[in-house]
Design a protein around this ligand. Structure first.
Ligand code: ZN
Length: 182
């Protein structure tokens, strides 16, 4: 089922989301609906608060572009990107393993706005899966960026919070308008 994507200005996007303590059918269905919603909107990631549910659950799929990362290790071993896509995870834990790098980001909850964001270029991510297993990956590129962007959502942080001070000023009016429309 395609869900409504909450837009900038909605308070749920600013909530610190609750940990998922137990995965039940409702959560499994929500994760699948989030993936369907994300594909329908041509996104590469979606976090539960973006569909109005303040829990630590997110989905990602960057398999459309195998060159969007330069490496991927799963449990310390090289692995193909397609082997872990799409990703559905709860309660992510991140370690940053490379210096920051600037790249353009957008967000399905902030329509028509893209901006450069500085983030660590690679991460080690511990991503508990819905089946109780735990996926530990190290990667860079778009996948590292998407994992950080979605984890930010679970903490009520939006990519527009992370742009340079100069960019923040230039985005201010546009964001205010979005918040009023939302
Ligand atoms: Zn987003």
């Amino acid at each position: 089922m395609i869900l409504e994507i909450v837009q900038y200005g909605h308070p749920v996007l600013r909530e610190r989301c609750k940990r998922v303590e137990q995965v039940d059918d409702a959560i499994r269905i929500l994760a699948d609906d989030m993936l369907e919603t994300m594909y329908d909107a041509n996104g590469v990631g979606l976090a539960a608060p973006q569909v109005g549910v303040a829990i630590r659950l997110a989905v990602i799929d960057v398999a459309h572009d195998p060159d969007c990362i330069s490496f991927l290790k799963v449990d310390g071993k090289d692995a193909p990107l397609a082997s872990i896509m799409p990703l559905k995870f709860i309660n992510p834990e991140l370690e940053f393993i490379a210096p920051k790098e600037r790249d353009t980001e957008g967000c399905l909850s902030i329509q028509d706005l893209r901006a450069e964001v500085n983030r660590p270029a690679a991460v080690k991510a511990t991503l508990p899966q819905l089946d109780g297993s735990v996926l530990v990956i190290e990667t860079d590129g778009l996948l590292a960026r998407a994992i950080q962007h979605e984890t930010d959502h679970l903490n009520g942080v939006l990519f527009t919070d992370r742009v340079s001070p100069a960019m923040k000023i230039s985005l201010r009016r546009k964001l205010r308008r979005l918040a009023e429309d939302g």
